[in-house]
Design a binder for this molecule. Sequence first.
Ligand code: ARG
Length: 458
Amino acid sequence: MAKMWAGRTTAETDTLADEFNSSIAVDGRMYREDITGSMAHAAMLSKCGILTEEEGDTLIAGLSEILADLDEGRLAIDPTAEDIHMFVEAVLTERLGEVGKKLHTARSRNDQVALDFRMHLRGECEAITEAVLSLVAALTDRAEAEAETVMPGYTHLQRAQPITLGHHLMAYAYMLLRDADRLSDCRRRMNLSPIGSCALAGTTYPTDRRFEAERLGFSGVVENSLDGVSDRDFAVELLSALSLLMVHLSRFAEELILWSSWEFKFIELSDAYTTGSSIMPQKKNPDMAELVRGKTGRVFGDLMALLTTLKGLPLAYNKDMQEDKEGVFDAVDTVKMCLSIMTPMVTTMRTLPANMKKAAEGGFIGATDLADYLVGKGLPFRSAYKIAGGLVATCIRTNQTLESLPLSVYREHCDLIDEGVYAAVDLLTCVCRRTSLGGTSPESVRAQVASVKEKLRK
Ligand code: ARG
């Protein structure tokens, strides 16, 4: 393709340099935003009398034809073009002749690319938010069904206190709700139009930036032209929100992997989301969950790459900034893929409550409740704690559980103990009594479920 700037320079650029310089393989993805942005620009130019109404209409019709041709596969993006902006303008000029050359009045690729990127990412923000909320809904449904399923809760990966599976799942639902909130927040700040900043300093043409912004669905304009073309903080914010979202997905994936091991066997993932081994016939591997955990690193990397690209750049545009898109698109695609796998994996997994109960019974996790029971009998907590510890040691020595230890043994440790101790260390009772706000009781889990369902309706 002939260079737009062949006027300033005389010799051809080197072929390898052209290839090195081209970004169309990455930014071709934004062709819709590029074209609709140009349509609004043409409308603004004619509305402000910078172009005639007829010229404006011709440009808009030409652009809309290019859009339809690309959408329907009648026109292919030229991989040798420098970028999507140059490509669209070249096709337009080829089709319309002289008037096509007027489109780029009162703008620059610097504000154009910032515009396209913001428009494209705000759409991705919406799509990812929706996908996050679907996962929240799936978790909430499962949590409701498992509000009374007792399992061990862990600290230091040691059995700590009995909890319900519903409670555990709702913890992730809340984390993800905040992720959705961060994405909406990021979209809100992103949704300001940079177009009209031009190369860096604004323009002498009597443009109407607000008109163009409104037409493109922005809530306002970036008020400083240098800021408009120089910053990519909106993309950094998105990457950081996506990184945090991946932290949550990765921790959950890790638990699914752990829970589906023979050592735990709390759940069984659907065959649809597992693979076999090429050599070990017994294997059922949680590859999809492992990949979610594994792909988290890519998203962090994308965030670090963009931060590093930006950190030393003087204002305004520098070509380094062309490197902004690839990593962001990679993160967006990765996160979308992970979410679209996680949601059905959650809805189809089988829970194995009997195994969770067995694990819960094996860890003396009613010991805190035993101490609380003794406090109820009038002992100070520290003394009660010590007695409960001694009872656990006796259980371990004699191979018993707090549930099976005879009352006579209990009484050897503390004569305040009576029959009521068995109800106190019963796991379901332990769980049911944790009715404090946000606690693990089925009642509290149901309240969490209701609250999240209400938020999802809004
Ligand atoms: N392809 C370029 C990018 O993605 C578009 C902006 C080019 N601007 C320039 N002054 N060379 O950043």
